[in-house]
Design a protein around this ligand. Structure first.
Ligand code: PMV
Length: 316
């Protein structure tokens, strides 16, 4: 059984989304996770993830290991668990799980949620149980909670539904239409940064000065709302200015970094219409809005400014 899941970028609203404001995110299919689950003649569940040099039997991993925790979650679900048992083998049947990913880890492109979504889908189809998108999404959210403390749920949602989402924590997922395609260039600082840490730091700021932080979150929420309208009404060129404003607000939340600011500046100098960090911040990726004709120069500008890689993607 095979399943794939795309990466994602947050266009607007990161961090404020943890505090109930809207955010926009889109799938990025240029990077993805592919999972294959096959029967094995050996008893036990074997995991092969060459990208992270992991070749292990499930029982040898700690239960909170990011991949083991997904498998254990699916195995403990009453819907799927009976299919993993084999009387002849005296317990768990023999299963080989292969995971291949082109999504860099801890970079804001949703690698963790993509692994969860692809694994949940591949394991559940292997168990002859097809789960609905809502079921996959809520299982993936449980995993996000295990590893990130207070995730908004935006990563698992955009990756599960594989469509642009307008996301408000705790509310039903809203997908939205793109009135006119637009081009985004994604630049990777190459610095891995844990979202949990930047989210924790914003929480500490909020505890010290909630009035100021709530104002910043409101402004970010407003930007997400206007951005959604601009995208739906076929005026994506308005997003550049909104990205610049959103980046400045993220700087005031202390989640940018010298490297992110440097790439944001480089993108603007290379002709981008606007740019901002994307995701948890401190490292990871930034995004820039570009005309299709200048996207290549923006990507080159990012690489010359020290980006580890640049991806050009069309949001359609
Ligand atoms: O770093 P990423 O791409 O997983 O994005 C995190 C987005 C935050 O708003 C900072 C946290 C969250 O749970 O929504």
């Amino acid at each position: 059984m095979k399943a794939s899941a795309p990466g994602k970028v947050i266009l607007f609203g990161e961090h404020a989304v943890v505090y109930g404001r809207p955010a926009l995110a889109v799938p990025v299919t240029q990077v993805h996770v592919d999972v294959e689950v096959l029967d094995s003649p050996r008893k036990g569940i074997f995991i092969h993830a060459p990208g992270i040099d992991l070749h292990a039997e499930l029982n040898s991993l700690p239960p909170d290991h990011p991949i083991a925790s997904v498998i254990l979650k699916v195995l403990s679900s009453p819907n799927t668990s009976p299919h993993f048992l084999d009387e002849k083998m005296g317990g768990l049947r023999g299963v080989n799980i292969s995971i291949a990913s082109t999504i860099p880890v801890a970079s804001g492109l949703g690698s963790g949620a993509a692994v969860s979504v692809a694994l949940i889908r591949a394991l559940s189809s292997f168990a002859n149980k097809s789960l609905s998108d809502d079921e996959v999404n809520s299982l993936a959210y449980e995993i996000e909670k295990l590893h990130h403390g207070t995730p908004s749920g935006i990563d698992n949602s955009v990756i599960t539904y594989n469509q642009p989402v307008y996301f408000i924590k705790g509310q039903p997922i809203e997908t939205f239409k793109v009135g006119k395609p637009f081009t985004i260039v994604i630049g990777d600082t190459g610095i891995s940064a844990l979202t949990k840490e930047s989210v924790g730091d914003v929480r500490r700021l909020w505890l010290r000065d909630s009035v100021n932080l709530e104002t910043i979150f409101d402004e970010i929420g407003q930007i997400s709302l206007i951005a959604r309208r601009s995208i739906e009404s076929g005026k994506p060129e308005l997003l550049g200015e909104l990205m610049d404003q959103n980046h400045a607000l993220l700087q005031s939340l202390t989640v940018s970094s010298h490297e992110l600011d440097n790439l944001v500046e480089a993108a603007r100098n290379a002709g981008a219409l606007g740019a901002k960090l994307s995701g948890g911040g401190r490292g990871g990726n930034m995004i820039a809005l570009a005309d299709p004709a200048t996207a290549q120069s923006v990507a080159e500008g990012l690489m010359s400014a020290g980006a580890k890689r640049a991806i050009i993607t069309e949001i359609a």
